[in-house]
Design a protein around this ligand. Sequence first.
Ligand code: SAH
Length: 270
Amino acid sequence: MSDADDGSEGTSESTVGTVYLVGSGPGDPDLLTVKARRLLDEADVVLHDKLPGPEILGQIPEEKREDVGKRAGGEWTPQEYTNKRLVELAREGRTVVRLKGGDPFVFGRGGEEAEHLASEGVPFEVVPGITSAIGGPAVAGIPVTHREHASSVSFVTGHEDPTKGESAVNWKALAEAGGTIVVLMGVGKLPDYAKALRDAGMDPETPVALVERATWPNMRVATGTLDTIVDVRDEHEIEPPAVTVVGDVAGTRERVLEFLRNESESGVEP
Ligand code: SAH
């Protein structure tokens, strides 16, 4: 595509708007950064999917919003469409916020959008957000590192099938590393990677927590062990978006629960 030099009106540099790749945090509007809040107020257009959650999306005026998440038929909007739309809007001189759940560069395809904007010569800025990979466990009373329990933490996608040799995630190495494992997009394939971790020698009694819709009004937390967590998921019908925390740190929740205040009443306690 070379419409950068097509000579049409509105493409001169002075009229090109900026695209802000903004992280929304996990969903509580109070966890937006001050900068994200300001940019949402100032933006002409906000491109988003459902992940920022109902409260944050509900605060953005309807006329500014463009949903580039799941379409009516359940299909995802193609990434190419979103990329093109960002460039198009910027070249119309608009200030554009591309709002992404959590942090824009953690499993959100924000990296691809940044590369596309750069290749098209569109000015952009990245505004970090609190990733659900850290903030989700935190509000459930789970520190992702802990002096006594975990000196490292890995963020991995659960989307891939660990039974197909081509998985990009090395579950065996993770099992052996002994640190905390936080799995994003990992509700559906939980049985597969729970098994992969057990097969790699991880203790079946290792605590596991599922934090569903972290910081949303209807957040839930379900806990079990590497052995029981699939049953726990099924019993409580845990659904995406949720993060899975595997490791001894998940047990910290039990010890702080009584005094934990930032959790909704609906927290599941199996
Ligand atoms: N950029 C996002 C991650 C995008 S991938 C971030 O930094 O958080 C989508 C996955 O993120 C979901 O499948 C889920 O695993 C996780 N996720 C995002 N928001 C969440 C929330 N509020 N509660 C639990 N998990 C969430």
